[in-house]
Structures are given as C-alpha cells and as structure tokens.
Ligand binder design. Sequence first.
Ligand SMILES: [Ca+2]
Ligand SMILES: [Ca+2]
Ligand SMILES: [Ca+2]
Ligand SMILES: [Ca+2]
Length: 447
Amino acid sequence: MCFPGKKRRASFVALSATVLLALCCELLSPWPHAPRAAAAAPETSAHEINADGSSHFGPVHAAGLNWLHLSSRHGDLPVPGTSTQQTGCIVADLDKDGINDFVLSFRQVAPALVWYRRNNAKNKWDRYVIDNEFLTVEAGGAVLDIDGDGYPDLVFGADWQGGDVWWWRNPGPPYDPNKSWERHLIKHGGAHQHHDQIFGDFKGTGKPQLAFWNQGAKKLFLADIPPDPRHAGTWPMTEIFSGPAGEGRGWYAEGVAAIDIDGDGTIDLLAGNYWFKHVKGNEFKPIKIADFGGRIAAGKLIKGAKYPQVVINSGDGVGPLKWYDCKGDPQNPADWIGHDLAGRDVIHGHSLQIADIDGDGNLDIFAAEMAKWTESKKEPDNPNAKAWIFFGDGKGHFRKEEFAAGIGFHEARVADLTGDGRMDILDKPYNWDAPRVDVWMQQPAGK
Ligand SMILES: [Ca+2]
Ligand SMILES: [Ca+2]
Ligand SMILES: [Ca+2]
Ligand SMILES: [Ca+2]
C-alpha cells in the first residue's frame, strides 16, 4: 500500500531507506500493534509492502476476518532451511501437549524434514530437525502412531528422483532440536515418485492401512502396517488402482482424502477424481466423481445431507475448482453433480482445505494457487496468485472472499495452530520466495 505500483521483488534487500519506509507503514497502520513472536526482526528481513498486499505482515484484514500475518521473512518464525524447493506441509500435535505443531519437507539440500514446535508460553515456534540428511522428499505426507507408543509418527515418499517411501518414529519428549528421528522404509526402490499418502481402515480390518500414489507406476497402492514395524522392514502392499485419475495432459494423478462417502459406516478412500468402494480383501471399485482430479477434500458442506460433499482443486495443473454433491446413488458417477466455485480455471491450485474457518458452524473451503513452480526461472509463473475462502451457509451456497493475492501457496493448511479454537492458516510456498513459511493467526472479531 505504501509502494503502489511497485513490482514484487524476489529477494528482500537490507536497504536502510526501505527499512525506514516499512517502519513508517507499520506506524501509520490503523491496526494496533500485536506482540510479535520475535521482538526485533533482523535487518535482513526488511520488507516492502506492495499494492497487492503480498508482503503485508502484521495485523491484516482478509476475507472479512482479522489475522496476524507472521512470516519467516519478517523474523516471526525460524527460516525453514536453505532449500528453495519446499514440498510437504503437515499439521499434527507431535509432542502431545494439546497444541498443534507442523512439519515441513524439502528435496534440494539437507535437512529432509523439520518440525515447528509450538511454544504457546512464548507465543512462538521453535524449529526442530526430524531428518538431518538429504532426501528428495515429495509433497504429501501422513501422520499416524505407527508403532503404537502413543506418539504420532510421520510418512513421506521420494519424488521423481527416488523409489522409497519412509516413516519416521517420533521419539517422544524430551526432544533434541538437532537429533534426527529413526527413519524406516515402507517401500524400497521400484517406480519413482510418491505424491500423497493417507491412513485409513479402508479394508475394515480394524487397523489403518496406508494408501499412497506411486506416480512413476501410475498406480495407487494400499500397504498394511506390519506387526513390530520398527523391525519389520518394508510393508506388504497391493495395487488397488492403475491409470489416469483426472490429471491434465502431461501431468500425474494426485490427491488423497478419506471419509465415509456412502454412509455405510466405514471409511472410504478418495484419490484423484475417484472414490473407492471396498469390495472385499484388497479389491476396490473405483467410482468417478469428477472429470478433473487434483487436490481432493470432503466434508458435510450441506448440513443434514445424506452423503458428504467432495471438493477438487487443480493441483499441479490448471483446471476448475468445484464442489460435488450426490443426491442419488454415490456409486453412480452420473449422480455426482459439480458446482463451480472460483468462476475461472485455477492455476496450480495446490492448496485445498475444508474447515469451519469463521466458526459459524458451517464448513468453509480454503483454496489457493501457486505463484511459482518453474525451478529454472527467477520470476514467478503466476505473479497474481490468489487464495480464497469460500464461506459456506450449510445449505450449499458459498460466499467467495479473497484472502491473499501475489503470495505463493503450496500445501497450505487450515488448522488451529495456537489452541484458542480459531482456525489459522499455514503456508509454505514451493519455490516462490523460498525458503519461507507464513502463518496467519486468526484474531478475535473486532480486534
Ligand atoms: Ca504440540
Ligand atoms: Ca509412535
Ligand atoms: Ca463457517
Ligand atoms: Ca488459532
């Protein structure tokens, strides 16, 4: 706002004039100054405030709600690392203190995984390493207490450069910020790339299985957790689907979710543009929901509906953002009716979350675009990338509100990161302005 017409800059330089002007912007802001996670931002994190708000830190009004925008760019959170390719982002209460923490993954240089441990007493996050080594970790990731010791463990897979899928054992407290967790193999070698995993008891065995895409094989696998997983080696796995799943030409199938779609009381797997009805054993019937696949999420967007609704965003491609409703037979693809949300194609819509963001009791949809994905280019591919919240009324109507423009979103998460019951937004861009991590902490109304 203080720099109308100024183009977004890839790097933030420590010009004293910029620091001074940015400080003036802060002082002239009508917002009260809220306490920051870091009292004094280092000089190198001086920022410019652009007309599109892309680097507007501190208290912001967005999508009709009040947020405190914190960023590693502003010294509010520790910098994730040195990798400029940030892949996965997972929210979980890893230390079981009742407040969510989050995990980021990388694929360019070590470390492979870090977690941000919430320290509410100090209103900040501390960065802990999960794996200090270099691994080419892909986007996705899943959380489950795999070894049954009470602490949630983590799963991620290798990208196009590797055939492994790993799990890391949460050691439990006391945590050492520099000590890597035990890493174990779920899948070793074979076809490369594993973008998206999810746990669920899709076979009705009483114990969750791991469903994951293996893009290099163009297949969806289901793996059983072996007894004594710390000493068992790789997991037994079965292919449950093969072929395209709504991806654009030249792209790959992706996206997983889990919900009881047909209301029979058992959890169902959703992947790409399908849901999968369990037949028996390792046999599943794929049922097409949409023409386009990508990021997929599901929930009761319509209160009292017989079946939950499904939302699909464009993921690693360009396509529609639609929610799908079934009033007939969920096993009949023709009974799934799509309704457009964005009013245009969404460009690399790699963020999609369903949550009651404003706390009115009705589920809302958060969806956002990437600003940059081409690694060889310096300038963003999609400089005016948008993030939206679609506020639901619980009856199938959505009010579209812009949340951000000009900020790269990738694998953004909506979760209460502070334990105050209000939904916050977590974003780590893929390679836009990376390394970087941002949090928008939702503030009480009227503040
Ligand atoms: Ca925690
Ligand atoms: Ca565990
Ligand atoms: Ca709501
Ligand atoms: Ca919160």
